[in-house]
Design a protein around this ligand. Structure first.
Ligand code: HEM
Length: 224
């Protein structure tokens, strides 16, 4: 009797943990974006646009674009998969636009100061991230116009899109984390705030990784 109660309680606990982690991811993404915006004061200098646009791109738009498909924490749970797909690509377009603007801001800022480009680990991973998200978005076009990818089933395209999207998200989280180690950020915040800020991309990456891989495993189980 006690055992069956335990078995009943377990899935509820799991469901609660999944909902809580999805809600936490929304919160972390929005909080980090807001915090960096307040700190950078976009428009106060050319540089200020860089951290602002980059956190907006990866911590907000890309996170929300993926969370949209979360079975536990989607803000569009009641909508069809088709509608979610449309909003997903709109959010991804916003992500790529912000990433391009953020890259242009830091590139031009460095150019004006005569500084060399892509010399730090952050700069190097950052430029790889922006190129990857641009390629990833272009490669997603056949998901809308399937005739562009002859010989590829829609299921296969979706699988590759999800896997490469996850890699892109992890690259974005890595770039954000390295950005937080920059002198500009570390000299603007206390140690405790730094650790809290660093937790945002780390935790979000882990939760998103769990969401994407769980969806893959669930689909595999359905097929077998
Ligand atoms: C995913 C997000 C981000 C990407 C893709 C990214 C990308 C880049 C790139 C490509 C550069 C080098 C530009 C050049 O050398 O011409 C750079 C520089 C810089 N970024 Fe970011 N960035 C991101 C987020 C951030 C954040 C959140 C901050 C601050 C909190 C930041 C602070 C800086 C600083 C201070 C520099 C100049 C020093 C350096 O080159 O390392 N970045 N970023």
């Amino acid at each position: 009797m006690a055992q069956s109660k335990e078995a009943e309680a377990e899935p509820r606990l799991f469901a609660f943990a999944r909902i809580a982690s999805a809600v936490l991811t929304h919160f972390l993404g929005i909080t980090l974006t807001g915090f960096v915006a307040v700190l950078a004061r976009p428009g106060s200098s050319l540089f200020s646009w860089h951290p602002f646009f980059m956190t907006l791109a990866f911590s907000f738009f890309m996170t929300e674009a993926i969370l949209l498909f979360s079975p536990h924490g989607s803000t569009m749970k009641k909508f069809s998969h088709k509608v979610k797909g449309r909003v997903h690509w709109m959010l991804q377009c916003a992500c790529v636009t912000c990433a391009a603007l953020g890259l242009a801001a830091i590139f031009y800022n460095k150019h004006l100061r005569g500084k060399p480009h892509f010399t730090s680990w952050h700069g190097l991973l950052g430029v790889i991230t922006v190129c990857t998200v641009a390629v990833q978005s272009l490669a997603a076009v056949p998901l809308i116009y399937h005739s562009l990818a002859k010989g590829w089933s829609l299921a296969k395209l979706k699988r590759y899109h999800a896997a490469s999207g996850l890699v892109t998200y992890l690259l974005g989280s890595g770039s954000l984390l390295l950005g937080l180690t920059s002198v500009w950020f570390t000299s603007s915040v206390s140690d405790a705030i730094w650790y809290l800020a660093a937790l945002c991309p780390v935790l979000s990456a882990l939760i998103i990784m769990n969401q994407v891989t769980s969806a893959y495993v669930a689909r595999k189980r359905l097929q077998s």
